[in-house]
Structures are given as C-alpha cells and as structure tokens.
Design a protein around this ligand. Structure first.
Ligand SMILES: *[C@@H]1O[C@H](CO)[C@@H](O)[C@H](O)[C@H]1NC(C)=O
Ligand SMILES: *[C@@H]1O[C@H](CO)[C@@H](O)[C@H](O)[C@H]1NC(C)=O
Ligand SMILES: *[C@@H]1O[C@H](CO)[C@@H](O)[C@H](O)[C@H]1NC(C)=O
Ligand SMILES: *[C@@H]1O[C@H](CO)[C@@H](O)[C@H](O)[C@H]1NC(C)=O
Length: 393
C-alpha cells in the first residue's frame, strides 16, 4: 500500500513539473510527519474549522498573517512558515518537489477531512495541532475556572482524531505499527497555553506553577499511547523562553530592573519557569525511555535554540529590537491585547525578517527557520536526531 501511494504521488508530481528530481526515501528519512500541538504548530486546523462552522474569525485569520511566504493568511500564527513546516522540508523524501510547488508539507487534519482523501494523505502525514490547544482537557481546566476562548481541542482530542484516522488504514495492530514506525511524530509544542491562559486570566503564579506535573503527565500519557500504537521516533519540544515574549513583557511591565536579564531584556523569573517545565519534561522522557527502550524519544531544546537568538540577535540578522513584536498595536513591546496583529488598529514592521517576534506571542518565519536549523543541525536535540538523509536548507 505504501508503495502504491508513494508511486502515485511521484507520478502526479512528475506530471505537474517534469524537471523535478524525486529523492528516494533513504535511511533516516521518514515517510510522514504526524504533528500534535498548539499555535506554534497549527498549519490551518483552527482556521479551517472556523470556516466550516462560520465561527467568528480570530485576528490571525487576517493579513498581514502569512504575508512573507504564502502571501495570504493560512491560519498559521506567523508571517510565514512554522518550525513544523521547516522540519517537514528537511525530512520528507518528497520535500524538494513539494517545496518547488509551494505545497505545505504537513497538511492540517481538517484539510484532509474536507477533501476526503484520508488514506492517500495520511501517507504524507497529518497535523492535528490547533491554535490555543492545551495539554490538559478542557473540562479539567474549566473546573479550575479557566474557559478556553480559542478551542476545546486539547491534546486528548487531537489524539482521538489521530486514532480515528488510523483505524481505516490498517486491519491489524501490526499493520498500524508498520505505518507508524516510519513516521516522525512531533509531540508539541504543547502545554504552554495551560499556563498562559491562566496567567493572562490573572491567576497567581504560585498556583499556575502547580500545573506543571499534571501538564507533563498529560504529555506523557499521549506519548505512551502513540508508542503503544507503533510510533518509534518522537520529537518532543519543551517550552519557549516565555519571558522574552512581548505579550508577557507587556503583561508584567514594570520598573524593577532586577527582574530583567540585562543581556537579553527578558523576564528572568518567567524564563526560569520555562526551564522548570523543561526539566520536569526531560525527567519524564527518561522514564518513558526506560519503559520503551526501542522507541527513539528525542527532546527538542527549543528553549536554548530560541534564547541564542535573543542573546546575539545581530549575529542571526535580527537588527530590530529583539523583545519588540514586528506586528502589533503599539506600546513598549509593540503589543496591545486590544489591538492585536491582524486587527485594523495594528500594523506590521516593514521587514519581518529583521524581527525575532512576529505578533507578541509567536516567532517570525525567519526565527522559526533558525530554530528548526538549530534543532536539526545544532546541539539542541537529545539524543541527537539523525539527519543522515536531510536536505540542506
Ligand atoms: C470518503 O471516501 C470513502 C472511500 O472512498 C467513501 O467510502 C466515503 O463515503 C467518503 N465520504 C464522504 C463524506 O464523501
Ligand atoms: C468549549 O466548551 C464549552 C463548554 O464546556 C463551551 O461553552 C465553549 O464555548 C467551548 N469553547 C470553544 C472555543 O469552542
Ligand atoms: C490599545 O489599543 C486600544 C484599541 O485600539 C486603544 O484604545 C488603547 O489606547 C491601546 N492601549 C495602549 C496602552 O496603547
Ligand atoms: C551538547 O550538549 C550536551 C548537553 O547539553 C553537552 O554535554 C555537550 O558538551 C554539547 N556538545 C557540544 C559539542 O557543544
């Protein structure tokens, strides 16, 4: 089955562009990427779901979102591509062909559903990530008084979609295992919203900090379940240095200079909180490794990969103010929660590639490209992810 669908994909590509060279799958390549997560990974699910249901549009459905690569909004919280798009370009055998056609590599689940091409497209992977998604179930968070204004599609629901898509593709458990074992599973980023929503709703930090073990447990439970279904390579990113985000810098803006890291301008205590989440996640991942010694469970140190950009922005071509959003409604960090990027009261900088941050909460495409590069070629994955067949970017 795998051969048939790959062959038909190749034929389609050859028919469309006769000159494209198809790189055959090689060792270390994956036949598909399966993604879970939040706005840092959503390639269109929130957007397509809202269109289908005629829901009220979110600010990121409007220009200038998407302006630098897709030239129109796609539902990505970015001016262009996300880390998952770059990882798809690096790893998928068909990446040269797909990129030259301008195709997104890891298709959103809701797009696959709409066109009813479940079987063929699953061969190329599927992305279940949704903007605003939490690791914890919505009813759990609601019991603590937190209503999610973006989505109720938590990690558990994303996993249910995945299982629903998997079952028509394989008759036996061992079929499923074969299908999944050649896939790269991207588990996240996820978990950041569990904290962000609560902190922005005014919860005390000491309370929010107690969510960490439960959030990690929810991630662990999803990882264990995927491995039991046959996933054999999982890349699990940690949390970003949230103390560098314009939205947080605005929320906690103050005159106490001792709270800021002088080398970056980021809020130290918030970055320490991300470090705490990441330490707990890594402890949990090593426990999962000992339960499943045959699975390759890779921690992605997105925290350090991103922090290096803030530590020496100019070295990476970021000549704008590092802690200021490119697109926003003004203020010290160009972030105003009542005038978010995409709304008429906000505007974008002339050259987003000079900024690390796009809209106050998410990186620009230029930063995402560096972070993806750091994960794949730098010392930011543990154990180191194999890049033996990866295409150079
Ligand atoms: C989707 O495709 C399958 C297989 O071709 C078919 O059985 C099913 O009826 C289709 N569903 C819809 C909603 O078109
Ligand atoms: C999430 O579910 C609650 C009910 O539990 C509902 O009131 C709310 O509108 C839902 N939120 C979204 C964004 O769909
Ligand atoms: C934020 O944006 C709103 C809506 O445009 C505006 O009324 C308000 O003055 C802005 N706040 C700041 C601090 O600039
Ligand atoms: C890579 O990272 C590990 C763990 O942080 C560290 O022990 C090692 O020295 C680093 N290697 C290089 C070449 O930087």
């Amino acid at each position: 089955m795998a051969w048939y669908f790959r062959a038909s994909l190749t034929m389609n590509v050859l028919l469309l562009v006769g000159t494209v060279v198809i790189i055959p799958p090689a060792l270390g390549c994956y036949t598909s990427i399966i993604g879970f997560g939040d706005s840092l990974a959503d390639t269109g699910n929130s957007y397509l779901n809202a269109l289908d249901h005629h829901d009220k549009p979110f600010h990121f459905f409007f220009p200038p979102y998407g302006e630098d690569f897709f030239h129109h909004p796609t539902g990505r919280c970015c001016d262009g591509r996300l880390i998952i798009d770059f990882i798809g370009m690096f790893f998928l055998a068909s990446s040269f062909a797909a990129e030259s056609l301008g195709l997104p590599l890891v298709r959103p689940y809701f797009e696959i559903l709409n066109v009813n091409e479940t079987v063929r497209n699953f061969e190329e992977g599927a992305n279940f990530a949704v903007v605003g998604a939490t690791a914890l179930d919505t009813d759990y968070l609601e019991k603590m008084g937190h209503y999610n204004e973006f989505t109720n599609f938590s990690l558990r629901i994303q996993l249910d979609w995945f299982k629903g898509m998997l079952s028509p593709l394989c008759n036996t458990a061992s079929d499923c295992r074969d299908l999944l074992s050649s896939s790269l599973v991207l588990m996240g980023p996820i978990g950041g919203n569990d904290y962000t929503h609560a902190l922005f709703a005014g919860d005390r930090f000491q309370i929010v900090r107690t969510f960490v073990p439960v959030v990690i447990e929810a991630m662990a439970s999803a990882i264990n379940e995927l491995i039991e279904h046959g996933a054999s390579t999982l890349l699990v990113p940690g949390n970003f240095p949230i103390g560098c985000l314009p939205a947080y810098l605005t929320l906690y803006e103050g005159s106490d200079e001792s709270k800021y890291d002088p080398s970056t301008g980021c809020l130290t205590w918030l970055n320490k909180f991300s470090e705490y989440h990441n330490e707990q996640l890594q402890i949990k991942l090593s426990q999962i490794r000992s339960l499943h010694p045959h699975a390759n469970i890779i921690y992605g140190d997105i925290y350090s990969a991103t922090l290096q950009l803030y530590q020496s922005p100019k070295q990476f071509g970021f000549t704008g103010e590092a802690t200021k959003a490119c697109c926003g409604g003004g203020g010290t960090y160009n972030y105003n929660s009542s005038a978010q990027c995409g709304l008429p009261a906000a505007s974008a900088c002339a050259n987003p590639a000079e900024s690390i941050n796009w809209d106050g909460l998410h990186c620009t495409e230029a930063a995402n490209r560096w972070i993806a590069k750091a994960l794949l070629y730098g010392n930011y994955t543990m154990p180191h992810i194999s890049t033996s067949c990866v295409s150079q970017l």
